[in-house]
Ligand binder design. Structure first.
Ligand SMILES: Nc1ncnc2c1ncn2[C@@H]1O[C@H](COP(=O)(O)OP(=O)(O)OP(=O)(O)O)[C@@H](O)[C@H]1O
Length: 599
């Protein structure tokens, strides 16, 4: 049994390259970022560098040409153009930034809350967003000007509100997609607070699109603000790029060069922001959306790997205290149903009785749609939204869990009761390294410090047959194969030394050779840890290999249950017989295909 080689090499050097470094390696990225930094530097210090008061008019110097004292000449009011340009850079950029911050705060917060909590909040926010988007922005700005006056700051504040739906929609869509991911469910059921789930698992996903959108919105804010000022709707006492453009336009025939400087500032800034956003998006797409930089450098990883494989920390005491054979899980008359929009209820599990003893491997077998997964989810308290335990009881270690609240489940799920899903990849958060996803639950549920959790995680990775645990520990999910991902999840599941492991077709998403290895591993771990296992499968071969007892499910009911040997030797139900007949091992070889059928 050796799933030894990762199918995809882990590109350590590429991984360690920061996003910023990659953007700067791109000539367009470098130039655009350089310009953005320069222009923001000027915005910060422009006021100090201005050689004259930007509003000081000198009637003797109207439209004076460039000179040592006035390097860019003067405007139709005799004011120094360079000083005005420097101060205008500050005001225009900071006002545009104000619009961005307002749009970000409103849009991102509302998008996160509505996307995560859904329900009535989603409805209300969606309605407000639609209303805001339906309003013609420029008309609103013009109307607002008559009420709030010509202040560029207030105009940009209103513009920020008008722009917030673009962030709202972006964040809402990303959060809505991510909240259904199994790793978010896993974080939720492991007891993380909503705030922590949003900041750790969800915000990371929307961070990249937000940065790109921010660059775009900043460019649009500069352009809109300049347009308003150009139309003469701004405060004439405050120098802005748009205002300077308007002044230059008025003197277009006498001193056309006056239009050049603000046009260049507006044009180049908008272009630089757009190009930077494009390069950023390209780089993120190239790196598969993984933004997160490794917290530790390659040197630290090397140092840790030189310390050798740590020894597996195993809960011996806990095992010795267990009494094999005692009833661990007692499910009786379990009914699971989904409420329908018309008020009716569709039952997908209809009166299941299931008893699992300590140390027993119990197979739950049946055709697709027979209710195996729904039964498992009901036991785990992980029914999809809309689903509920309609009737019956789920008693685990003497505690009633049917329809229990999160607090009751918090004491058992992820600790005494663990779960291995069908699809390993969707259960690993792409934003975090394997190591952090293994150590976080250990630290939370077992109170380990970082060092002990790392040691145990590395030992578990070695135990589940991962050849280079340190390398996998440092890798992100997209850098490992499906087989390795399933091993990682198995390592995570047994890390809390559970009494019951629920494995829902753990090999479905894997290819055939890896399937056998993962099943072998499950059997080995079951013996090592002396766990009870509820193994959901549709394959009687797997049941024969691994299970002590089996329950056969059909149409939401268990139709036959008993020791595997007995059921194989003497199936009582015709459906069980048909499932056994469907096994290929003992069937007669099929006739070869005819020539016509093959072609
Ligand atoms: N979210 C849901 N809403 C309504 N019905 C559902 C939902 N999820 C599953 N069902 C229904 O519940 C029944 C049992 O589904 P379940 O996933 O438990 O089957 P299964 O035996 O595990 O099948 P498979 O081997 O394909 O996973 C099916 O008829 C399915 O359509």
């Amino acid at each position: 049994m050796s799933d030894t080689k990762p199918t995809m090499p882990i590109p350590v050097t590429k991984r360690s390259q920061g996003l910023l470094r990659r953007v700067m390696k791109n000539p367009v990225g470098l130039v655009s970022l350089g310009f953005i930094l320069l222009i923001f530097g000027l915005a910060l210090f422009g006021g100090l560098l201005a050689p004259h008061d930007p509003n000081l008019s000198d009637a003797r110097l109207i439209l004076a040409p460039a000179s040592a004292d006035h390097p860019l000449g003067t405007d139709p009011s005799g004011r120094d153009v360079l000083s005005r340009l420097l101060v205008a850079t500050q005001i225009s950029l900071f006002a545009a930034t104000l619009a961005l911050v307002v749009a970000l705060v409103i849009g991102v917060l509302a998008g996160l809350v509505a996307g995560y909590y859904k329900g009535w909040i989603d409805g209300v926010f969606g309605w407000i967003t639609a209303l805001t988007m339906a309003m013609p922005g420029i008309i609103i700005l013009l109307a607002a000007r008559t009420i709030i006056g010509p202040s560029v700051w207030l105009a940009m504040l209103v513009f920020g509100v008008l722009m917030s739906p673009s962030f709202y929609r972006l964040v809402y869509a990303s959060v809505s997609a991510v909240r259904e991911e199994l790793y978010v469910d896993a974080a939720r059921v492991s007891g993380l607070s909503d705030g922590r789930i949003i900041s750790r698992h969800i915000l990371g996903v929307v961070r990249a699109p937000i940065i790109i959108q921010s660059a775009m919105i900043l460019g649009i804010a500069v352009a809109i603000q300049s347009g308003l000022e150009f139309l003469g709707l701004g405060d004439t006492r405050v120098p802005t790029w748009g205002g300077m453009l308007s002044d230059g336009f008025a003197a277009m025939y006498r001193a056309p060069i006056l239009m050049l400087w603000p046009s260049l500032a507006i044009g180049l800034t908008s272009i630089a922001l757009t190009l930077f956003a494009n390069v950023l998006r390209d780089e993120l797409e190239r790196s598969g959306g993984i933004l997160r930089r490794r917290k530790k450098g390659a040197q630290a990883a090397e140092k840790r790997s030189r310390q050798g494989d740590p020894v597996l920390v195993h809960g011996e005491d806990a095992h010795s205290a267990r009494r094999t054979g005692e009833v661990l899980l007692d499910v009786s008359n379990l009914h699971v149903g989904y409420d329908q929009p018309d008020g009716s209820l569709v039952e997908v599990v209809r009166g299941v009785d299931l008893t699992i003893r300590r140390g027993e491997v119990h197979g739950l077998i049946g055709e697709s749609g027979s209710g195996k997964s729904q039964t498992s989810f009901a036991i785990l308290g992980l029914l999809p939204s809309g689903g509920r335990v309609v009737d019956g009881s789920v008693v685990f270690e003497g505690v009633q869990l049917a329809n229990a609240d999160a607090d009751a489940y918090a004491t058992v799920r992820g600790t005494r009761m663990a779960y291995i899903p069908q699809e390993p990849m969707s259960n690993l958060d792409p934003m975090f390294t394997i190591g952090s996803q293994l150590t976080e639950p250990l630290r939370k549920t077992q109170g380990m410090d970082k060092k002990a959790a790392t040691k145990k995680a590395l030992a578990l990775l070695a135990r589940v047959g991962i050849p280079d645990p340190q390398r996998t520990f440092d890798a992100y999910p997209h850098q490992i194969s499906g087989g390795m991902a399933q091993r990682v999840l198995i390592a995570g599941a047994v890390s809390s030394d559970p009494d019951l492991l629920i494995a829902d077709e753990p090999t479905t998403a894997l290819d055939v050779t890896i399937q056998a290895e993962v099943l072998d591993l499950t059997r080995d771990l079951q013996q090592d840890y002396d766990m009870a296992v509820l193994l959901v499968t549709h394959n009687f071969g797997v049941v024969a290999d691994l299970c002590d007892r089996v329950s056969v499910m059909r149409e939401g009911k268990i139709i036959e249950t008993g020791p595997v040997r007995g059921i194989f030797a003497d199936p009582q139900h015709a459906y069980t017989q048909s499932l056994l007949d469907a096994m290929l091992e003992d069937s007669a070889p099929r006739p070869p295909l005819t020539q016509g059928a093959r072609s």
